[in-house]
Design a protein around this ligand. Structure first.
Ligand SMILES: C[S@@+](CC[C@H](N)C(=O)[O-])C[C@H]1O[C@@H](n2cnc3c(N)ncnc32)[C@H](O)[C@@H]1O
Length: 237
């Protein structure tokens, strides 16, 4: 896995911009993920090659969007830690919070972070729409990420409330997401967001192109948002 990750990072133009130990640490994280996946549902990808490319390199590609150094980052619906954990390995100065509503994944993530010797990262068990109401969390992060959690309209209500004014929500989507983005226009405006130019990127060696949709927070979140999950789903903004 280490070699695939090293050459993929080079293809992404990131070699020399990330710590020397990062490919080995990412490979170790990938091995721990596959090992645990035999007893806990963490990922649908079961081969090392796929984990290296579609998890590690897909996450790493975000670094070509902008500067992550010294920022605070919240990864909503992190699951097995994606993309937040690889980003922490690649940018050690990043302060990372991994958030998920499934406690056993969160416990595993805290174990993995300790095993990898990572500091400045924590995994928290909570539902996003509830945690976003907590002081210090609301309007509290420079960067919020989410991949494979929900349709963009719903996802924006879960994620934008956590972003500081001036910060950004990075939604990881497929290149077929234009319709989702169009449908989310009203929701994004209501929640104080403004869409910035998308970034399409090929995932090295995976034969797919993915899309990053950056949504800048330009105004604080209105009182009353996010709503309860049942309401968000039943009546999307
Ligand atoms: C399909 S997984 C994706 C995991 C990871 N982001 C990835 O790209 O592999 C979606 C995750 O979002 C979590 N999730 C769904 N709704 C959530 C919510 N409202 N608050 C926090 N976590 C949520 C689920 O528990 C699950 O782990």
């Amino acid at each position: 896995m280490k070699d695939i990750i090293s050459s993929g990072l080079a293809e992404l133009g990131l070699a020399g911009r990330v710590p020397e130990a990062a490919p080995e640490q990412l490979a170790e994280y990938g091995r721990l993920m596959l090992e645990k996946n035999q007893v806990m549902n963490l990922t649908a990808i079961r081969e090392e090659d796929g984990v290296a490319r579609l998890h590690m390199l897909d996450s790493a590609a975000l670094l070509n969007w902008g500067d992550f150094e010294g920022k605070t980052l919240l990864d909503v619906g992190t699951g097995a830690g994606l993309p937040g954990l690889p980003l922490k390995i690649l940018v050690p100065s990043l302060q990372v919070t991994l958030l998920d509503s499934l406690n056993k994944r969160v416990d595993w993530l805290n174990e993995v972070c300790a095993q990898l010797g990572l500091e400045g990262i924590q995994a928290v068990h909570a539902r996003a729409e509830e945690q976003a109401l907590v002081k210090g969390w609301r309007d509290g992060f420079d960067i919020v990420t989410a991949r494979a959690v929900a349709e963009l309209r719903l996802l924006c209500e879960l994620c934008l409330p956590f972003v500081k004014v001036g910060g950004v929500f990075l939604a990881m989507k497929s290149v077929d997401s234009q319709e989702e983005l169009d449908q989310a226009a009203h929701c994004i405006k209501m929640l104080g967001g403004r869409v910035e130019p998308v970034m399409d990127y090929p995932v090295p060696g995976a034969g797919v192109t993915h899309r990053l949709i950056p949504i800048r927070k330009v105004a604080p979140t209105l009182k009353g948002y996010p709503r309860r999950w049942a309401k968000i789903q039943k009546n999307p903004l």
